[in-house]
Design a protein around this ligand. Structure first.
Ligand SMILES: [Zn+2]
Length: 297
């Protein structure tokens, strides 16, 4: 057994790695939660399931980011059905969508075509999931909506364990990448608030260690999102374009982007912060001499 293989008892397991994979196995039947970055990580989880004497019957993808579904194509080749929230699953069926989105809908630059943003394998068919109770492979699951980091992310609860995707990032990630990737800042804050009262004893995020208390991480991630939004607003002392807001927020966090993909990931978060300010009536967008300017309102 690998040192990164955790057994929580009651049939719930996790394979910790660059991105974590959940496994639930009971009476010879198993499901996997997320598939890792590529086929080699999916294979590792597959082997762990074999050592349990179980057969994989389904893969559930929490959200449509390549580091979570990159290994799903290899699982699909084995005839295993793949499940995901509909809006997230389309990314696994069409991996080009992720770099396409990050590049504003245009054919993505080379820097967005690495496997962290462009999965190497696609999944031919996804079965759509909605929040609520679901029995898969004889396992009674509860699917919990966790939008914000991704628009329709779902967590998978089994017994007292919640596999919660990227609803929180560990402290190390918050320190290394202060402008955490976000598509809907308001939705994420609401999700983090709700997380505090969920009745689970063990949380397995998509990155980092599993935890028994989610509150410290939920609060740290919420505080960071609020700080990003506050700094975006502070950047609007004079009307400016979103790129200038990003530079100001990056300067606040002492971030220097080493490559275009990191800049573009953070720009998405700035766009989410500006949308949040617009919703709150704190900022407005207008055109001036072919510049899309954000200003305080
Ligand atoms: Zn993610």
């Amino acid at each position: 057994m690998s040192a990164n293989w955790l057994d929580f008892g009651t049939g719930a397991y996790a394979l910790l790695g660059g991105s974590n994979i959940g496994v639930i196995a009971r009476e010879g039947r198993a499901i996997m939660i997320d598939a890792g970055l590529d086929r080699s990580t999916a294979k590792k989880a597959w082997r762990q399931i074999e050592t349990l004497g179980a057969r994989l019957e389904a893969l559930v993808i929490t959200h449509g980011h390549a580091d979570h579904f990159g290994g799903a194509g290899w699982i699909a080749e084995r005839g295993i059905p793949i499940y995901a929230p509909a809006l997230e699953g389309v990314f696994a069926m069409h991996p080009l969508l992720e770099p396409l989105f990050l590049y504003g809908g245009a054919a993505p630059i080379r820097e967005l075509q690495g496997k962290f943003t462009l999965a190497q394998d696609s999944v031919p068919h996804i079965k759509a999931l909605t929040p609520g109770a679901l029995t898969l492979a004889g396992l009674a699951l509860n699917l919990i909506p966790l939008p914000g980091h991704a628009p329709a992310q779902l967590g998978v609860a089994y017994g007292d364990v919640l596999y919660c995707g990227d609803v929180v990032f560990p402290e190390e990630t918050l320190a290394r990448h202060p402008i955490l990737f976000c598509t809907d800042l308001d939705a994420w804050l609401e999700t983090l608030d709700g997380l505090l009262v969920l009745p689970y004893a063990r949380f397995v995020p998509g990155h980092g260690e599993s935890v028994t208390e989610i509150a410290p991480l939920a609060k740290a991630n919420a505080a960071r999102l609020q700080e990003i939004r506050d700094q975006a607003w502070a950047a609007l002392a004079d009307p400016c374009e979103s790129g200038a807001v990003l530079r100001a927020v990056a300067a606040h966090f002492d971030v220097t982007f080493a490559a275009p993909q990191f800049y573009l990931l953070a720009l998405t978060t700035i766009h989410a912060a500006l949308t949040s300010l617009q919703r709150a009536g704190a900022a407005a967008v207008e055109m001036a001499e072919n510049r899309m300017l954000w200003r305080r309102s």
